[in-house]
Design a protein around this ligand. Structure first.
Ligand code: SAH
Length: 276
């Protein structure tokens, strides 16, 4: 019987391929198969993998913008590992932040497949660094919270009230579509006038763009805006520091750094990274 392979669950960092860890890089260089999310740089895949690697994109597709269902991803992990392959499951940012890694861990343990978990630079840390925002700067914040508001019912009214009053820095993932509602709630619950909001599009990439307002001015100045995906939102006194310490030039381009990785109906391919 073929010996079982192994699965490496690795974070790719927020976009800039150089923010991938050396450990993740070493596994990528050895991988037979890489099962990859949409928010992973093509450059990393192209440069850091073997010529004969099989890359399986499981993020959004060009044609229908639908994600690959989690059960299929689980099946792919098991299928390739049972063929004795070294599989890298490469996720954007860090593996454990707003991801389905738990489902994958359960599947791997059920099938007694060996795995390792390699951390990555999560978007909050990448965006904060590249926007010049120290998330817990002394005198500004003593804690940072990672949150999501992609569905408004995720955070109830009393929690919203707490978010408006706390001095913790708030970082929102997957929430640019509901940003107006979020700001309305914070303003409604009396967020202080020294709190700012920084909206970081395509953080750490050459297409990064930061929008920056006092929270109380946001709705007057920017309500109804739409932002390039992916976008991260940082709220708190520290967000004001972007004005003094932002160092990356804002991109004026309308391009998208993370383009889908599939070609006309083909989900699996060897090391060719075609454009849609
Ligand atoms: N595991 C990832 C998060 C996955 S959820 C991590 O640790 O970063 C996807 C969300 O992450 C996006 O909707 C966006 O809010 C954020 N994100 C990921 N990469 C980003 C980037 N380069 N710039 C801005 N936001 C990003």
């Amino acid at each position: 019987m073929q010996p079982k392979g192994k699965v490496i669950l690795a974070g790719a960092g927020p976009g800039d391929p150089e923010l991938l860890t050396i450990k993740a890089l070493r596994w990528l260089q050895k991988a037979d198969v890489v099962i990859v999310d949409r928010l992973v740089s093509r450059e990393a895949l192209q440069e850091f993998t073997r010529e004969d690697v099989l890359i399986v994109p499981v993020g959004k597709k060009c044609s229908d913008h639908a994600s690959t269902p989690q059960e299929i991803i689980n099946e792919l992990l098991v299928e390739y590992a049972l063929q004795g392959k070294l599989v890298v499951r490469l996720k954007g940012g860090d593996v454990s932040i707003f991801s389905n890694v738990l489902d994958e861990l359960k599947t791997l343990t059920e099938h007694q497949i060996e795995y390792e978990i390699i951390p990555g630079v999560t978007a909050a840390l990448g965006a904060a660094a590249c926007a010049g925002i120290p998330l817990t700067a002394r005198g500004y914040a003593t804690a940072v919270r990672m949150l999501t508001y992609y569905r408004s019912e995720l955070l109830n009214e009393s929690y919203m009230q707490d978010l408006a009053r706390t001095d913790d820095t708030l970082v929102f993932y997957m929430s640019s579509g509901t940003l107006d509602q979020l700001v309305e709630k914070l303003v409604h619950y009396g967020i202080a006038s020294d709190k700012w909001i920084a909206i970081v599009e395509q953080a750490t990439t050459p297409l990064q763009h930061v929008h920056h307002y006092p929270v109380n001015d946001y709705l007057d100045k920017a309500a109804g805006s739409s932002y390039a995906s992916p976008t991260l939102i940082i709220i708190g006194k520290v967000a004001a520091l972007h004005g003094s310490f932002g160092w990356m030039p804002d991109s004026r381009s309308n391009e998208h750094y993370f383009t889908p990785l599939s070609v006309a109906g083909a989900d699996l391919y060897n090391k060719k990274l075609p454009t849609c």
